[in-house]
Design a protein around this ligand. Structure first.
Ligand SMILES: [Zn+2]
Length: 76
């Protein structure tokens, strides 16, 4: 299922005008435009995707440490 680049709503193919139409915000794009749109977004976000992953990992590490230290405190 294609996703709307504007609102992430579900896009349905409309065979009448051969456009993908968003069920949520009504945005209509051709299949080609939609593919292009997403590849542009991926390119833009590609550079900082690593940063997001790193931040998530940092947070996870912190949470692991936090829950561990809490468990340790309980043992005292
Ligand atoms: Zn939409």
């Amino acid at each position: 299922m294609a996703r709307c680049p504007e609102c992430a709503g579900k896009m349905k193919y409309n065979p009448d005008n051969r456009l993908m139409v968003c069920g949520s915000c009504g945005l209509s794009l051709s299949r080609y435009e939609l593919d292009h749109y997403w590849s542009n977004i991926r390119d833009e976000r590609g550079s900082d995707a690593d940063e997001v992953t790193k931040a998530k990992n940092r947070r996870k590490e912190w949470l692991d440490w936090y829950s561990k230290s809490k468990d340790e405190k309980k043992n005292y």
